[in-house]
Design a protein around this ligand. Structure first.
Ligand SMILES: [Zn+2]
Length: 306
């Protein structure tokens, strides 16, 4: 783990007494003081080497069933969004494809989708299932597209991916580079406003009941950037992408190995209540995650006059 000297979103040096919005497991969640940024990030953060090791180990158990069931609901929503926005059969790229679950779903829906992931064991599992998922990183793929070896994509999707990236700007710029001129970037990240209320509700419930709820963590060693719609929008623009749609999305509840029926019911009620509290506090509909569609700024129509 490394202490970051500056905000990974805008590069502003961290204050001597930074605003720490949450503390968990020895990690500070620091909010950048720059008014045009306000990004919340985990500090210290894992080094690149630690991250690479993590993603090789995290998916080495080949627990495909658990991975798929934990994402089924969200993935269904993402396919529906693609069907609404993209031409039938559009050529798309799934970044952070893992076992290829989403690639399979998108292909079943008629899209010409392929995937890329840095986790060798996860990619091996995807390929064994006959899914077009490659081991590699987005930068190399972007280079091969600019070199004319691979065609650009009509859409690139980053589902539950961007929050794992320690440096969002290079990641988004690379994602932009694999897109066709009129292409779309689609992404989903946890909504930090929701996460904060969820953690507060979970901690209160644990204190009252003496039970663990699985609701008290923002997994700050794995989720490194904690976005709100405003900070996601600012980060996108800095990377040369203009958000054209931002809306709340739903994820599944954390999966627990030994589920207690009553606890599950209470946890669901707590999550629902948390969403209501955020709604009353902010006047905004807040989901568990933020779904965002953006397009390269260079491709925006230039409006003259008016
Ligand atoms: Zn910043």
């Amino acid at each position: 783990m490394n202490r970051l000297p500056a905000c990974p979103g805008c590069g502003r040096a961290e204050d001597r007494h930074p605003e720490i919005v949450l503390r968990e497991d020895g990690i500070d969640l620091v909010r950048c003081a720059a008014l045009g940024c306000r990004l919340v990030y985990s500090n210290p953060a894992p080094t690149d080497g630690e991250l690479a090791d993590h993603y090789d180990e995290a998916y080495d158990d080949n627990d495909v069933g658990s991975y798929e069931s934990s994402r089924a609901r969200a993935f269904g929503q993402y396919v529906a969004l693609m069907e609404r926005l993209l031409a039938p059969g559009a050529r798309t790229l799934d970044v952070g494809a893992c076992f290829g679950t989403f690639v399979g779903l998108a292909r079943a829906a008629g899209f010409d989708t392929r995937g890329i992931d840095i986790s060798a064991p996860a990619v091996a599992t995807a390929q064994a299932a006959g899914l077009p998922v490659e081991h590699g990183n987005l930068d190399d793929l972007a280079d091969s597209i600019e070199g004319g070896e691979t065609a650009p994509f009509a859409a690139v999707h980053l589902w539950d991916f961007l929050e794992h990236m320690p440096r969002p700007l290079p990641t988004l710029r690379s994602a932009r580079r694999v897109l066709a001129e009129d292409g779309l970037l689609l992404c989903a990240v946890p909504d930090f406003r929701f996460q904060r209320v969820k953690v507060a509700a979970g901690r209160a419930w644990e204190r009252a009941s003496g039970r663990t709820t699985g609701l008290t963590t923002v997994i700050p060693r794995v989720h490194l950037i904690h976005y709100t719609p405003a900070s996601l929008r600012a980060t996108m623009r800095r990377a040369g992408l203009e958000p054209v749609l931002i809306r709340p999305g739903t994820q599944n509840l954390p999966k627990r190995k030994e589920r207690h029926r009553l606890l599950k019911t209470v946890a669901k009620a707590a999550v629902r209540r948390a969403a209501e509290l955020v709604f009353h506090a902010t006047g905004e509909v807040v989901g568990q995650e933020i779904v965002c569609v953006a397009r390269p700024i260079a491709s925006s129509p230039i409006v003259e006059g008016a």
